[in-house]
Design a protein around this ligand. Structure first.
Ligand code: UDP
Ligand code: MG
Length: 311
């Protein structure tokens, strides 16, 4: 009998977990040909998330939990789940019911019988989301598709079901800065996309602030594209060429008219502009360097404080 591991990253989801669990039992009980394990990852929550997971684990042996020593972020939680999942198939879904568990049979069918290695979901609408967030997200996906070599789908959720081959490929990527949306595309294989309408979170509130999302998207760009570096060097080159012609112009003017005082204001403007571009380029470079620094340190992605996983 096939086994499916369901990974649920949870950060302060005490209100949502019982609702999700009931729904999971409801959906999985109809899939009688499959064994399940539910892996709840408590990502350093400060509410009752961990006690609730423990309670579920004592009642239901399918329930596994891993609790982090602090908040390490959703990417780390998903990675912890992937490394500990033992299923032939692994699915990831959010705790807040925004990834409807009712789609699981469809995802499983696609991977098991239709020859896909993973079945992923994407939202076709962003109903109920703040307009500015939708706008920025769309802009990010557009930009990302242009400048990165990984295929990143607009509206793609992390909600997907994968076979072992796919999971092992993800696990073979040992990078510290994990940008799953890029990694899912980067590993290749055949993915079926299943669409659904956006669903509001069932309880609690979103864990993402505007700055959190901005930081996450910049890390995503840095991890999957070096186009920012190319832009920085091309801008540098462009300004060198402009400067070269400008110098010739000034020399000729000095030789012909002997006045070099005129034009100081335009010079100041140019110095400011070039200075700005230089600082920006150094900033871009610095970002890549800082990511490199983090990778080189080889720190663990997460630290477990307790779990009930039998090794
Ligand atoms: N999450 C997590 N660690 C974090 C932030 C979020 O494990 O640091 C989990 C959260 O509990 C939820 C999922 O990631 O299950 C998605 O988070 P959220 O619903 O806040 O994001 P949104 O749906 O608003 O994009
Ligand atoms: Mg959510």
């Amino acid at each position: 009998m096939d086994k499916i591991s369901l990974i649920v990253p949870c950060y302060n989801e005490a209100e949502a977990i019982p609702i999700l669990y009931t729904e999971l039992i409801n959906v999985t009980s109809k899939m009688s040909t499959v064994n399940f394990e539910f892996i709840f990852i408590d990502d350093g929550s400060s509410d009752r998330t961990l006690p609730i997971c423990k309670e579920l684990a004592t009642k239901d042996e399918k329930v596994k939990y891993i609790s982090f020593s602090r908040n390490f972020g959703k990417e780390a939680a998903m990675y912890a789940g992937l490394t500990n999942a033992i299923g032939d198939y692994v699915a990831i879904l959010d705790a807040d019911m925004q990834d409807p568990p009712s789609l699981l049979p469809k995802l499983y069918y696609a991977v098991k019988y239709e020859g896909y290695d993973s079945a992923a979901t994407r939202r076709v609408s962003r109903k109920g989301e703040p307009k500015i967030r939708s706008f920025c997200a769309r802009l990010f996906y557009k930009l990302m598709r242009k400048i990165s070599d990984a295929e990143i789908v607009d509206g793609a959720r992390d909600f997907r079901l994968m076979n072992r081959k796919f999971v092992n490929a993800l696990l073979s990527m040992k990078e510290y800065n994990r940008f799953s949306k890029g990694m899912f595309g980067w590993v290749g294989f055949k993915t079926k996309w299943i669409e659904f309408e956006n669903i509001q979170r069932c309880a609690g509130e979103t864990k993402w602030s505007f700055w959190g999302l901005l930081k996450y998207s910049i890390e995503g760009i840095i991890a999957f594209s070096n186009v920012p570096l190319i832009i920085a060097s091309l801008t540098g080159l462009l300004f060198c060429i402009m400067a070269f012609f400008f110098i010739i112009f000034i020399i000729v003017r000095q030789l012909l008219y002997h006045n070099s005082v005129n034009g100081w204001s335009s010079l100041v403007c140019i110095i400011l502009l070039i200075g700005g571009i230089q600082l920006f380029s150094i900033g871009v470079l610095g970002h890549y360097m800082s990511q490199l620094y983090i990778e080189v340190k080889r720190r663990p992605n997460f630290i477990i404080s307790e779990d009930n996983i039998k090794k």
